[in-house]
Design a protein. Sequence first.
Length: 161
Amino acid sequence: MAISIREAIGADYEALLPLFRQVHNLHVAERPDLYKENATPVGEECFKSQLLDDKEHIIVAVFGSDIVGVVVLKEEEIAENSFVNARNILQVNSLCVADEVRRTGIGKKLMHYVIDFARSLQVDSIELGVSENNPNAILFYHSIGMTTKSRKMEFNWSNLT
């Protein structure tokens, strides 16, 4: 399977909508208390503004003429203060591979691209959030060498008696 990786362009929006929906629907199914059902979770205006922002990057995986994967990134600066050191990170806001081509190496290829891109930016780290209820994603990220940095916890009032 010959997959090419490139930066997204404005004309990719319609082809990316199914992938944006796939990720959003997963979030809605897992946490309907946090995420609303929405057939258009990423509006075209938002998408195009991300493409114009120098600190945001949308990378796509293409097979033939089909977009089969996407990763959405954002460069973030953490200012030094009396508590933390200054750092530059590359935040992975979303990673999605089309259901029909999962487990074919596309996710790894996208993340290797992200690693090379992060090195070119000379950031201190690549970070992302992953749900505890998504063990496949956790296994995937561990398989490419990521480690758990922290864990976010909550009292979810709807689950308490």
